[in-house]
Ligand binder design. Sequence first.
Ligand code: HEM
Length: 534
Amino acid sequence: MTGDDRTEKDRQLDAARVDQRGSFLTTDQGIPVDDTDNSLKAGERGPTLMEDFHFREKITHFDHERIPERVVHARGAGAYGFFEPYDDSLASLTRAEFLSTPGLRTPVFVRFSTVAGSRGSSDTVRDVRGFATKFYTRQGNFDLVGNNMPVFFIQDAVKFPDFVHAVKPEPHNEIPQASSAHDTLWDFVQLQPETTHMMMWLMSDRALPRSFRMMQGFGVHTFRLVDAGGRGTFVKFHWKPKLGTHSLVWDETQKVAGKDPDFNRRDLWEAIEGGAFPEYELGLQLVPEEDEHAFDFDLLDATKIIPEEQVPVRPVGRLVLNRNPDNFFAETEQIAFHLANVVPGIDFTNDPLLQGRLFSYLDTQLIRLGGPNFPQIPVNRPIAEVHDHHRDGYHQMLINKGRAAYHPNSLDGGMPEPAGEAAYTHYQERVDGHKIRKRSESFGDHYGQATLFWNSMADWEREHIIAAFRFELGKVDARHIREGVVHNLNEVDHDLAVSVAEGIGVDAPGQPLTANHGRSSPALSMDHEPADTV
Ligand code: HEM
């Protein structure tokens, strides 16, 4: 990156950067140290002395170096860059100026991740990939916390702990690490048919990205853009890589995992070091509020896409990643994305998966990053000014001046006051209803879009999907689980179910209960951009 490309975020980070090259060694208190190879002893061969403060400090710091890894998406790689909108055409739909101010380069940090494996697991496993972007906008931080697949496994966040417990290694022996081939995952899948559409994506080559530079990203949920007058427009966010979408094949992933477990992270790092900056186009699917019920699925259901035939993706800007972090832990590990980080002009919907995420991320970060002051960590700090009445807590790094940390107060003239017109205002959606614990019937079709996905696949893509089901299910011990999955697949496509059944030693199913949705595939264009296998 040249000096001219430095963003406001880069300049802000300068204050936290430390370059110790050429310096002499000190303790954390700044006391020069003459020997860090030998502890202080009573005699050459005597016991180490408690008073050796350098020894104690060095060991104590080391003993406390680890923080909990993320409960999901533990393994990741990240980079800085910028986002730039193409024009001002979104100005009439949203107050978010980073989306509609031509020439405005908003600094970003993007973290790509796998989901199930631990921090030290391999890159090229069959898994969903996270694609999380923090936009450091002048109106505050906006986090687009997405995945490389446009749908999700479950419809309601209350199922997330169940789902993740099923996906993660089994609790008695912690096997298998980062693999979809085990009984608990497939047990959950067969008992929870809402997973079917996402499982089709997971068994496809989309789950084996060749490179983070060649991977799509999706916000998954339906969000809202809100204009200056308070009018809302539903929106789905899409990232499209300039290099195209490319996958590895299964056999390659196995070999690569052995030879270079850091394959994807190394590729990202080296591309950026070499000046081949990864680039992605942001596209939006926009649906006017009045069309909320115009589809044969519910916009609030995260197991559904909006077919691009019905709502095309409108390109609105580009994202360029052009700088590697200086320190993996300080930046990639300590970055904290949160769906609730929205700026004026972007709002939520009542998608029950989205709503639950609004609680979960902050909650987990309070323990992962040690208390409520993690927004002060350099990588998390907004470039927008921060003024609040929050005080104290572990790791408080700021020295707030003045007497009064409450509102209203009549003592400190300069205390932060509500922001007026610049403030975030929530979309004024009318809400009423009975308190009920029930899934909406509009979320009821679990197979239609899975069939649409299957119908949009080329023959070789179908072969890969069948092979994946056979491999993964072939490792499932419990026969009734294998049968249960085949039963669900039969509702997607009869031939698919028969092919999978043949490969995993269970009886081929009869014709499905419901006529296979078998819409003779107006192929989804999003799906149809083939995941080229290189
Ligand atoms: C982490 C995406 C659903 C809880 C992440 C990350 C991504 C992501 C990309 C990694 C962020 C990073 O790089 O630091 C998604 C998507 C979802 C989804 C696209 C569905 C559409 C959920 C749900 C919950 C949840 C339903 C809980 C109710 C978490 C937690 C973390 C996480 C606790 C770890 C955060 C941290 O420790 O910083 N998710 N997620 N996610 N997600 Fe989700």
